[in-house]
Design a protein. Sequence first.
Length: 361
Amino acid sequence: MNDSSWGAPQGAGYRGAPEMGVASAGPAYDVHEAQQTRPMPNVPDDPDAGRDAQSRANRDGDAAHVGGPLFRDEMPQEPMSTPLPSPPQKKRAGRDLRAAIGVGVGLGAVIVASLFIVKAVFVGVIALAVVVGLWELTSRLQEQKGIKAPLIPLAVGGAAMVVAGYARGAEGAWVAMALTALAVLVWRMTEPPEGYLKDVTAGVFAAFYVPFLATFVAMMLTADDGHWRVLVFLVLTVVSDTGAYAVGWRYGTHKLAPRISPGKTREGLLGAVSFAMVAGALCMEFLIDGGAWWQGLLLGLAVAVSATLGDLGESMIKRDLGIKDMGTLLPGHGGIMDRLDSLLPTAPVFWLLLVLFVGSG
């Protein structure tokens, strides 16, 4: 409930009832008591002079009752003025929108250019994003929790995982994942055993969370219309995030998960679902070979849900670490991991549904 619903606060500008002693007119004390406690003037022997002095005293008393001071050391109170209500403040975004839009457009241009020119270049872009994301994640784990997940085997194995997924499909991705986990276990043996279990556990988690999930994007690219599949995947995820932000910022009142991410609302989730379903229907109908509009509706719904869950998942990680962003490489966005949070868990969902709807070729 808003504070205003409780009524105006009894502070400046509040006009109370007369019996509360706030009104400016009328005596603040009992008249009879005031006359008894007020010093009386000395009355001279002359009766006329006495009557004049008494008259002046009565006039002074009447003035005191009307609003003047009751005592000589009491200052008269000025009437209180009611302050003007402050104008309503507009909602503000939590980030620099100009920087965020500029960085987003720049990244989009690089991704689209590499995607439609040479597919192998785009695979390199994925591998680079994976390595940077692993660096951010392991750095924050060590800074905030003292967990030393070995970065070198994770970076080498992560890049190899993306390439294996593109060259050999799901089988290659699983083999590379297993070898990366084994490399993490062996690499950590070169240091003292204290903290071994938590370090290797964090390393295996990082290998699955970042590069393994990213391999599904590389596997989308292997189809004949792979560049269009990846583009639709990126478009639906971005549209989902945009719909959630726009609707939640304008109409959001009911919190979705206040203990995890206080800024997310149920209205924002509805906006994400609506925007993604419309975009999915259009993309499946016009961009994907053999796709149908109703498949796009289901695809958009799944993308909106998985993207939201991915965002909440990384919010849980950041809350546990006590940080706001995973990095500072992207002005207005945070780090690479702050942009991959929605994409990574959405990639396997999108890949699976496309395989079911139109096949893998």
